[in-house]
Design a binder for this molecule. Structure first.
Ligand SMILES: CC(C)(COP(=O)(O)OP(=O)(O)OC[C@H]1O[C@@H](n2cnc3c(N)ncnc32)[C@H](O)[C@@H]1OP(=O)(O)O)[C@@H](O)C(=O)NCCC(=O)NCCS
Length: 141
């Protein structure tokens, strides 16, 4: 397995991986190719891909707000799970976020996503009770 920084031209492969991994995609909102290209232009140096024989098998989008680092959309292709791919991606994104001075990392995980909860617990993250409030400018976002 090879882990490398994502490039703008990998956005199509990223979307394909999300579909294969069963992630929800918002085709009218923040997951259009244009929206992802805009996000990539701002935070892409914290986006990492895992590859095996040239195929994208895992990905993570790191972001930060100068205070906290966020681990977003950590996903691994179903055929490559339980082999440490997500753990390796998480370690890499934590390193790159720390290079920007971030010393705390966080992930938002939906209640029903037990697999991701188990993963973050295994990675040493503590569950922190918080109410997540959000406001959408439009339904598709
Ligand atoms: C969660 C996910 C990224 C884990 O990827 P992975 O490469 O299989 O994870 P790892 O192999 O690095 O697992 C590390 C540890 O996490 C825990 N873990 C991972 N998957 C688990 C599962 N299905 N059940 C229980 N524990 C699990 C284990 O402790 C595991 O160590 P072990 O295999 O030695 O027991 C993958 O299952 C996935 O892509 N799921 C859907 C993604 C998703 O919904 N992402 C949205 C989050 S924002």
């Amino acid at each position: 397995m090879n882990i490398r920084r994502m490039q703008a031209e990998d956005i199509g492969a990223l979307l394909a991986l999300w579909r294969e991994a069963g992630l929800a995609i918002r085709p009218k909102g923040r997951d259009t190719v244009e929206a992802l290209a805009r996000q990539f232009a701002s935070m892409g140096r914290h986006w990492w891909l895992a590859e095996e024989d040239g195929k994208v098998i895992g990905a993570v989008m790191g972001t930060h707000d100068a205070r906290k680092g966020w681990i977003n959309r950590l996903a691994v292709h179903p055929d490559y799970r339980r082999q440490g791919v997500a753990s390796a991606l998480a370690a890499r994104v934590e390193e790159s976020l720390a290079e920007d001075g971030v010393e705390i990392f966080a992930a938002l995980i939906e209640d029903e996503n037990e697999t991701s909860c188990r993963l973050f617990e295994a990675l040493g993250y503590e569950k922190y009770p918080v109410h997540y409030y959000r406001k959408k400018l439009h339904e598709g976002v």
